[in-house]
Design a protein around this ligand. Sequence first.
Ligand code: NAD
Length: 322
Amino acid sequence: MRILVAGGAGFLGSHLVDALLKNGDQVWCLDNLQTGSRSNLGHARGFPGYQFIEGDVREALPELAELEFDQIYNLACPATPKCYQMDPIGTLRTNIIGTLNLLEYCVSQNARLLQASTSRVYGDPLVHPQPESYVGSVSCIGPRSCYDEGKRAAETACYDYRLVHGVDVRIARIFNTYGPRMAIDDGRVIPRFITQALVGDPLTIHGTGSQTRSFCFVSDTVEALMRLMNCETAGIGPVNVGNPTELTVEELAELVVGITDSPSRFIHEDARNDDSRLRRPDISCARKLLGWDPKVAPAVGLADTVSWFRGRMRNVRGISKT
Ligand code: NAD
């Protein structure tokens, strides 16, 4: 297969590129390096079948027109509030114009597209857990709207290209994914807790800590994305990809402190604006359609992630107090 991974230098994309190369596919990674880095794929350089293109999905990319892709994964978009809120208009453009541009390649190259959507399309859900049929409770003018509404518009673009041009689209609504290669300072709860625990600082819990999240280890998410892309059922609707094991933020903090064997305590700060109280996927559709279930237990995935963070933090001067 000839496969384009847009956003392939990011956390999730780089693990996907690894899995595709392992499969023997030819992989082009397209990335503008806004939040990703070449070092995430340093090991892939020189791998037969791997090429990196520095480029932006919002722009016309004539070099792509020459390459006949079979499949395009669209993961291009900053995924953390800290990063996507820095340039909200840019985030909207990446989601809307970027997705439309990739869909145009799918039309001309007869390629299949997998769109990395998000659990944030459900907003602050009034239905729990969230099945794909839930239409969401989303603010279109909040601090996260550029991302949430951008991803919703991208889903619409995919369905309209299916309707009008017959493009074979797949939509993965990804819930929180974690693992090695997350950016240490990306502000999400797992990197924050791990770095705080490793240096012995108090773990900062926003709000009461009773808000829940479901965390899926990156290898499980990548497996689901590949199964969804290669599933031969026609006309598939959006599919939730996540781990239904629900943890409160306080339980997560306790797990991290245990795994790192840290003396850290917890401090509570104000709840964040626009933050969901509950988020857990209903994955019956992924189970039925893809025969997929996450395999990695939180304690195992977190231990793996902690050991990667330990290695990174040793190399980052000023973060480690030891
Ligand atoms: P990430 O920020 O690590 O990766 C995103 C990649 O896209 C980066 O390499 C970045 O440089 C690139 N990019 C951003 N804008 C671009 C543009 N305009 N043109 C080309 N490249 C661009 O994020 P991630 O965690 O790997 O997430 C990947 C995708 O999965 C995103 O679309 C995100 O919305 C989605 N997702 C991730 C999670 C998660 O928990 N990680 C959850 C839900 C959805």
